[in-house]
Design a protein around this ligand. Sequence first.
Ligand SMILES: NC(=O)c1ccc[n+]([C@@H]2O[C@H](COP(=O)([O-])OP(=O)(O)OC[C@H]3O[C@@H](n4cnc5c(N)ncnc54)[C@H](O)[C@@H]3O)[C@@H](O)[C@H]2O)c1
Length: 398
Amino acid sequence: MVTIGLIKEGKIPADNRVALTPAQCRWIQQNKSISVVVQRSPTRCYTDDEYIKAGIEVKDDVDECDILFGIKEVPVDMLIAGKTYFFFSHTRKLQSYNQKLLQAIIKKEITLIDYECLEHEDGTRLIGFGFFAGVVGAHNGMMAYGNRTGAFSLNRVYKKKNFQELIHTYFGLKLPNIKVAVTGSGRVAHGILEIMNLMEIHETDPDEFKSTEFTYPVYVHLKGADLYVNKLTGTYTRKEFHEHPEYYRCLFSNYIADTDILLNGVYWYDKVPRLFEMDDMKKPDFRIQTIADISDDKLGSVPCNLGENTMEDPVYGVDKISGARTAPYLHGSVDVMAVGNLPNELPRDASRYFGEQLIKFILDDLISGGSKIIEDATITNCGKLTDNFSYMKAYAGL
Ligand SMILES: NC(=O)c1ccc[n+]([C@@H]2O[C@H](COP(=O)([O-])OP(=O)(O)OC[C@H]3O[C@@H](n4cnc5c(N)ncnc54)[C@H](O)[C@@H]3O)[C@@H](O)[C@H]2O)c1
């Protein structure tokens, strides 16, 4: 019988999420030929006791497990040689801060399957925390706008026990006639839209959004063809855009004069055009006052994302003229909410959502000995870089 281990998160600051909840572990043990062991942890959002009550073994070491599930990067000194791990390694883009981690994984002859690389055939990701990043990020963006204008007040998400409790805080919330632009088409965008609907912000189409001042709060959802156009042909095709985003220009500047709040969930890397440039902020028609950059790429799709914000202190200002970081809510600045671990504000819901996807898309293949999807997401197999990731050779020190 296969034994799965849920490891204790070792990265500092400690992440409180987990790949499977106690109820999911119990279900797996009862319905699949798998046993689950949980490594004792004082910081996990589900306590050791909750796992024990669900009939799951909780231990200090997980050396005897066949497959280990974590969330964040495993510190090098916690890696167990020869094991198979699933976690977010943040190495596929050759991130310099995780180079030593990949080198240690190779040295310790580990098999690493990265959740971020588990993809459907067309490149759509199978599994992720994006939905709750969108939920928390949209809430925080709205909260920041309320703080700036004094028009309404929202509390912090992490002070609520769960998503259900958070929803209750929206009853009776009266918003001014704001215009919100939502960008992106993946899980993050879906989470943002959930909050737009829960806050009873009305959807409008791109043309109406630009041409009308409404007497109630509205949002526009900008994705694919609304946001990007081929510089030569003036058209948009998803496949071409994914393969050659450098052929495209961004249309977001058409919305800047009509947007109070930007909630950004686009997928971005350096070949993808930005939503706007720093100089656009100097223009008198730059109406945006609050940006929740949920994608959170420093100096990325949102150029005034200056990085290094935390859950404890999620909002700062950026001066529209100098581009310098300021205190939030000042006249002449734009407020930016950009935090890299947003789902940690709702860790129990985010973990349950993640575990559901893991069970649905991965578990059966894992027990039956693998699948092409798992193979394609395997960065190292017993310490050897796989063909898909051979581009990482120099980074891996080979
Ligand atoms: N701040 C946080 O806490 C947090 C948490 C989760 C995700 N994120 C970030 O938010 C962004 C969006 O995440 P998501 O969960 O919505 O992603 P997702 O995988 O669910 O969706 C990505 C979307 O981007 C589109 N896309 C455009 N170009 C692409 C390309 N070249 N390759 C793949 N997809 C492409 C896809 O069609 C898809 O609709 C990511 O950059 C992610 O890292 C941030």
